[in-house]
Ligand binder design. Sequence first.
Ligand code: PMP
Length: 769
Amino acid sequence: MSPIDVGRTRHAAVDAAEAQRVARELWGLHGQAVRLDGEYDDNFRLDTSDGAYVLKIAAANEDPALLALQAAALDHVRRRAPESVVPRVRKTLSGEVLGRVELCDTQRLVRLVEFIPGALLADVQPQSAALLRSLGAALGELDVALLDFQHPAAHRQLQWDLRRADALRQEVVRIPEAARRELVTRLIDRVELELLPILAKLRESVIHGDGNDFNIVARDDRVVGVLDFGDMLRTATVCEVAIAGAYAMAGKNDPMGAAAHVVAGYEGVLPLRDSERRALFPLMLTRLAMSVIISAARKTRAPENAYYTVHEERAWRVLEQLVDVPWDMAQDVLFGTRAAADISVSIARRRAALGRNLSLSYDTPLQIVRGWRQYLYDADGREYLDAYNNVPHVGHSHPRVVAAAARQMAVLNTNTRYLHENVLRYAERLTATLPAPLRVCYFVNSGSEANELALRMARAHTRQVDVIVSEGAYHGNTQELVDVSPYKYDGPGGAGRPPHVHEVPVADVYRGAYKANDADAGARYAAYVAEAVEAIGAKRRGVSAFLIESLLSAGGQIVLPRGYLKDAFVAVRDAGGVCIVDEVQVGFGRVGSRFWGFELQDVVPDIVVMGKPMGNGHPVGAVVTSREIADSFDNGMEYFNTFGGNPVSMAVALEVLAVIEDERLQANALRVGERLLSGLRGLLVRHPLIGDVRGAGLFVGIELVRNRETLEPARAEAKVVVNALKDRGILTGTEGPLGNVIKIKPPMVFADADADRLVETLDRVLAAM
Ligand code: PMP
């Protein structure tokens, strides 16, 4: 037999006049009846001079034992917890809880319960933390009252019993989409192996078993009623909060945060045991999977019962988002609400123990305790969509990268004065992504170390020291790099531009001298580089290097105009200089259409500098150059770097490259990036504050201006927007010499839905300003 109940036999509907007659005959109540929605029963709201009630006429084939179970349970709860939010039952004139009537030639059992005024939780949007906690608390109180309740009918076989999740396997075929079938099968496999065996050993009691938001009544931001006891059964007690938590997640931007509130409310009344806590998250996923499988089965078997599919799409979305979250991590998030350290105490400790010229992001700083894919979680269990961090390139805590590091760490970590396979393999794989003659690698530990080394190489090769950089640029934190970073030496505490450094204007076709509509803008900005070369020559010195990012980040999330680097490189090389491209921010597929940012400019640099995304958060950087330059650098002085190229770093970097390829993340960056850019451009017509939207792949900038003619920068507004987005669960930052550019450079697993959410949220934030 199929485990799926496709719905009970329906019968001729009872009308309001008959309902009024039943109320009169059995309860002596005269009133006005109005039909309500119901899954199987005929339900009526009955308004009388003695108050409002719900008259419930059970389905003809309803099992009387189940109605007796419900009546006994409600009575038990009422006695244990007189203030409970379960509805009061009104007995018939003859003192019975259940009445019996004949309607349309069928015997029907009828009950009368008080009507609880308020709104269904499903109709309350958004649902506050207080409301979700109150839901948990209401169910906790109900379950405490039921802990010692016994009834033979509660030992029932119910398809919704989470202990029977394995029975759903045969119904998976009813799901039309292959990817979704695969998802739930994967989940059921794991549930059968790791959850069901422990579930059988957990504390049991009779529970309500269906805390979905159509069964909950809310008023004044708290839960005032729990309805519909038709799914009551004796099972693992923790299933109660798992079911309510699962439904609370559906439709939320921050599903785990919502569930954590329900759990916190529940535990305030009925604390869970350790074994129950471990089971909770997989139980929630299982409930969502049940919901979608049963919906799919009912749709194919009994399409007329489409009523049952209300939760379906929202449940799918949560499942797709959370199915791969490690269970122990989810447990920490669900129960993390009470572990939060006081932010002001953390700030004070930081000020005492760390250098104070290290800033904190956002007006109210975040305590991030965990990351997963494109999400970050704070100490309160709140989830943030990470649209900012490009270091966790293939996603926060990617299990393959974590495993690669742990594996190699357990075997060997040492330096590169020994032969090791990892560094050789990585050097070969990395250079395979680069054009000739970029074939020689040097491995370091940061972007700064890499730029520092690149400048040393350029000096060794050219025997010159003068460097040309772009205005507003940042290339690293050492003295040598601060000296070539206008963002630093011209900023607070900076000592100004050193004599060997020469700046060229930012090749910015929005704010600069040459605009986007100028087909020669690239050549015109490159002419500034030629001028700088000449100025150096006029001082009877030579050019060592032109150091530039292939898309400018500190410069304001700038996409360079066509032809810029080509012409600039010619000018620099004609004077004997070396062209260094800094790919620390934008390399490894981020720009979408190409693997390296410089490829957008159709040039081949002499030296490429890499960092941030290369190790997905593990500190590793690289310099890649030609044999010719490498030979100039090989002047007798050894270049040794203790940690550079060590087996662990190389194992990590190898895995990152493999994941980029296996998960097709470059193609993802291209598709999602285009969707994001077009969504953001759509906002231009509605929000005059947006002056420009630009980017390539998942490297995007939104420039805010107070006036589209004068381009007066909206710096304060950018800060407000970034903080408002953060308050709505999305992390971005500000950028640019004027601080008025919102920067977006998320982990490469950023999805279409994330792009849409970012656009919609920004739209709302701007509309509210
Ligand atoms: N180059 C660029 C373009 C950067 O953005 C940064 C860091 N923000 C660096 C170099 C320096 O990298 P790191 O902080 O790893 O030393």
